[in-house]
Design a protein around this ligand. Structure first.
Ligand SMILES: [Zn+2]
Length: 219
């Protein structure tokens, strides 16, 4: 559990061995499809790879095993995106960041396969490099650095105005995290961003009426 300084939020992580914060029952997972769609105030299960949620109206959560879990905090929203090479190439990070029209306060990058371990074919590398401000310079030959590319993309949009929590741990090298490339596992690491006392708040809240924002009605 990582407390996000200056907020009432924490990042929870449940991985393989001995790394398990208790996952809140009401955590909101998407049906992740390696796309670039970001939904607002999801009910859970939407076919999308990013979400934004009004603060206090839900717990954004991701399941990953090598892709990069990205969380964002604004004054009035939290957000999350599942960023593998396909989502990155499609613009999932840009779509997440521009979904909220206010200053990004925190960017939180969770564990993913690192830029030394992630070997890819030329097509994949070129697809990721295409929208990456540093292009080929940001990636080793034959590899893709998801973490670096996400950070550069966010900085291109937001400058240096946000604070960063970077959990620079490689899922493939770590014994404590599930890795699809390492184990061909169907298991996933779960990460979520919740208010420290949110479990209680959510039970008291009528989500349908209290969180019925314009974005939610559109979706
Ligand atoms: Zn690695």
């Amino acid at each position: 559990m990582i407390i996000i300084p200056g907020t009432d939020l924490y990042l929870g992580l449940s991985g393989a061995h001995g790394k398990a914060d208790p996952l809140p029952e009401n955590a909101l997972f998407l049906d992740q499809i390696h796309g670039n769609r970001v939904v607002a105030n999801p009910a859970g299960g939407e076919r999308a790879d990013g979400m934004i949620i009004e603060r206090g109206c839900g717990i954004p959560a991701l399941r990953v095993a090598d892709c990069l879990p990205v969380f964002a905090v604004w004054d009035d929203f939290t957000g999350a995106a599942h960023a593998g090479w396909r989502g990155l190439a499609g613009g999932i990070i840009e779509n997440l960041i521009v979904a909220v029209n206010s200053q990004l306060r925190w960017l939180i990058l969770g564990p993913c396969i690192c830029g030394d371990c992630y070997s890819v074919g030329d097509e994949v590398r070129e697809a990721v490099m295409a929208g990456d401000p540093s292009g080929a310079r940001g990636h080793l030959q034959g590899k893709v650095d998801l973490r670096g590319s996400v950070l550069r993309r966010v900085r291109q949009l937001c400058g240096e105005t946000f604070q960063l929590i970077n959990i620079d741990e490689c899922t493939l090298e770590s014994k404590n995290l599930h890795s699809f490339r390492g184990d061909k596992t169907v298991e996933r690491n779960f990460l979520w961003l919740a208010e420290i006392e949110q479990g209680e708040h959510i039970r008291q809240l009528n989500v349908e009426t209290e969180c019925n924002s314009p974005e939610r009605r559109k979706n």
